[in-house]
Write a protein that binds this ligand. Structure first.
Ligand code: 2BA
Length: 108
Protein backbone atom coordinates (compact mmCIF):
# COMPACT_ATOMS: atom_id res chain seq x y z
CA UNK A 1 0.00 0.00 0.00
CA UNK A 2 1.02 3.61 -0.65
CA UNK A 3 -0.01 6.93 0.80
CA UNK A 4 -0.39 9.75 -1.69
CA UNK A 5 -0.04 13.18 -0.12
CA UNK A 6 -1.39 15.64 -2.68
CA UNK A 7 -1.35 19.41 -2.18
CA UNK A 8 -3.83 21.15 -4.45
CA UNK A 9 -5.34 24.59 -4.77
CA UNK A 10 -8.51 25.33 -2.81
CA UNK A 11 -10.32 26.05 -6.07
CA UNK A 12 -9.79 22.47 -7.28
CA UNK A 13 -10.37 20.67 -4.00
CA UNK A 14 -14.14 20.10 -4.19
CA UNK A 15 -13.90 18.82 -7.73
CA UNK A 16 -11.02 16.52 -6.76
CA UNK A 17 -12.89 15.24 -3.71
CA UNK A 18 -15.89 14.38 -5.90
CA UNK A 19 -13.79 12.72 -8.60
CA UNK A 20 -11.90 10.59 -6.06
CA UNK A 21 -15.14 9.33 -4.57
CA UNK A 22 -16.52 8.68 -8.06
CA UNK A 23 -13.41 6.62 -8.93
CA UNK A 24 -13.79 4.69 -5.66
CA UNK A 25 -10.76 6.11 -3.85
CA UNK A 26 -10.86 6.88 -0.14
CA UNK A 27 -9.34 10.19 0.86
CA UNK A 28 -9.00 12.62 3.73
CA UNK A 29 -8.91 16.34 3.00
CA UNK A 30 -6.97 18.64 5.30
CA UNK A 31 -6.89 22.42 5.16
CA UNK A 32 -3.30 23.63 4.67
CA UNK A 33 -1.34 26.78 3.94
CA UNK A 34 1.44 27.21 1.39
CA UNK A 35 4.68 28.36 2.95
CA UNK A 36 5.46 30.75 0.10
CA UNK A 37 2.16 32.43 -0.75
CA UNK A 38 0.74 31.90 2.74
CA UNK A 39 -2.56 31.22 1.02
CA UNK A 40 -4.94 28.40 1.80
CA UNK A 41 -4.61 25.16 -0.11
CA UNK A 42 -5.79 21.61 0.55
CA UNK A 43 -3.82 18.50 1.36
CA UNK A 44 -5.34 15.16 0.45
CA UNK A 45 -4.24 11.92 2.11
CA UNK A 46 -5.13 9.03 -0.16
CA UNK A 47 -4.36 5.46 0.86
CA UNK A 48 -4.21 3.22 -2.23
CA UNK A 49 -3.06 -0.21 -3.28
CA UNK A 50 0.23 0.02 -5.14
CA UNK A 51 -1.28 -0.99 -8.48
CA UNK A 52 -3.86 1.82 -8.19
CA UNK A 53 -1.36 4.65 -7.58
CA UNK A 54 -1.21 5.67 -11.24
CA UNK A 55 -5.01 5.68 -11.50
CA UNK A 56 -5.26 7.95 -8.48
CA UNK A 57 -2.56 10.25 -9.87
CA UNK A 58 -4.47 10.43 -13.16
CA UNK A 59 -7.58 11.62 -11.29
CA UNK A 60 -5.51 14.25 -9.46
CA UNK A 61 -3.82 15.38 -12.68
CA UNK A 62 -7.12 15.68 -14.56
CA UNK A 63 -8.69 17.73 -11.77
CA UNK A 64 -5.87 20.08 -10.73
CA UNK A 65 -5.09 23.15 -12.77
CA UNK A 66 -2.01 25.35 -12.90
CA UNK A 67 -2.80 29.01 -12.37
CA UNK A 68 -0.79 32.20 -12.40
CA UNK A 69 -0.78 34.28 -9.30
CA UNK A 70 0.77 37.68 -8.67
CA UNK A 71 2.83 38.19 -5.55
CA UNK A 72 4.14 41.50 -4.33
CA UNK A 73 7.77 41.03 -3.32
CA UNK A 74 7.19 43.19 -0.24
CA UNK A 75 5.25 40.20 0.98
CA UNK A 76 8.64 38.50 1.26
CA UNK A 77 10.44 41.64 2.46
CA UNK A 78 7.89 43.59 4.51
CA UNK A 79 10.50 46.19 5.36
CA UNK A 80 10.66 47.29 1.70
CA UNK A 81 8.39 50.18 0.68
CA UNK A 82 5.40 48.84 -1.28
CA UNK A 83 5.73 51.61 -3.88
CA UNK A 84 9.12 50.15 -4.86
CA UNK A 85 7.83 46.69 -5.60
CA UNK A 86 6.03 45.51 -8.73
CA UNK A 87 4.02 42.31 -8.42
CA UNK A 88 5.72 39.24 -9.86
CA UNK A 89 3.97 36.30 -11.47
CA UNK A 90 4.30 32.79 -10.02
CA UNK A 91 2.82 29.62 -11.47
CA UNK A 92 0.99 27.68 -8.78
CA UNK A 93 0.68 23.99 -9.59
CA UNK A 94 -1.59 21.78 -10.51
CA UNK A 95 -0.80 19.42 -7.70
CA UNK A 96 2.29 18.63 -5.66
CA UNK A 97 2.26 14.92 -4.87
CA UNK A 98 4.36 12.77 -2.59
CA UNK A 99 4.00 8.99 -2.74
CA UNK A 100 5.03 7.26 0.47
CA UNK A 101 5.28 3.60 1.42
CA UNK A 102 2.84 2.41 4.09
CA UNK A 103 4.24 -0.17 6.53
CA UNK A 104 0.88 -1.24 7.82
CA UNK A 105 -2.74 -0.25 7.35
CA UNK A 106 -5.48 -1.15 9.80
CA UNK A 107 -9.05 0.01 10.14
CA UNK A 108 -11.07 -0.77 13.26
P1 2BA B 1 3.30 27.74 -1.71
O1 2BA B 1 4.45 27.42 -0.84
O2 2BA B 1 2.44 28.88 -1.27
O3 2BA B 1 3.89 28.04 -3.17
C1 2BA B 1 3.09 28.55 -4.21
C2 2BA B 1 3.87 28.70 -5.50
O4 2BA B 1 4.89 29.69 -5.30
C3 2BA B 1 4.63 27.42 -5.90
O5 2BA B 1 3.77 26.58 -6.65
C4 2BA B 1 5.78 27.99 -6.70
O6 2BA B 1 5.38 28.31 -8.03
C5 2BA B 1 6.07 29.29 -6.00
N1 2BA B 1 7.15 29.14 -5.00
C6 2BA B 1 7.15 28.44 -3.87
N2 2BA B 1 8.31 28.57 -3.18
C7 2BA B 1 9.06 29.39 -3.93
C8 2BA B 1 10.37 29.93 -3.76
N3 2BA B 1 11.12 29.62 -2.68
N4 2BA B 1 10.83 30.77 -4.74
C9 2BA B 1 10.09 31.07 -5.82
N5 2BA B 1 8.84 30.60 -6.03
C10 2BA B 1 8.34 29.76 -5.10
P2 2BA B 1 3.89 25.01 -6.51
O7 2BA B 1 5.34 24.60 -6.64
O8 2BA B 1 2.94 24.42 -7.47
O9 2BA B 1 3.47 24.65 -5.02
C11 2BA B 1 2.11 24.74 -4.59
C12 2BA B 1 2.01 24.43 -3.11
O10 2BA B 1 2.43 23.07 -2.92
C13 2BA B 1 2.94 25.25 -2.23
O11 2BA B 1 2.35 26.49 -1.90
C14 2BA B 1 3.11 24.34 -1.02
O12 2BA B 1 1.97 24.43 -0.18
C15 2BA B 1 3.13 22.96 -1.66
N6 2BA B 1 4.49 22.50 -1.95
C16 2BA B 1 5.19 22.66 -3.09
N7 2BA B 1 6.39 22.05 -3.02
C17 2BA B 1 6.46 21.51 -1.79
C18 2BA B 1 7.45 20.74 -1.12
N8 2BA B 1 8.65 20.42 -1.67
N9 2BA B 1 7.19 20.35 0.15
C19 2BA B 1 6.00 20.63 0.73
N10 2BA B 1 5.02 21.35 0.14
C20 2BA B 1 5.24 21.79 -1.11
Amino acid sequence: MKLIVAIVQDKDSQHLEANLVKANFRATKLPSTGGFLKAGNCTFLIGVEEEKVDDALAVIKKTSHTRSQYVTPTFLMPEAASSMADPVEVQVGGATCFILPVDKFVRF
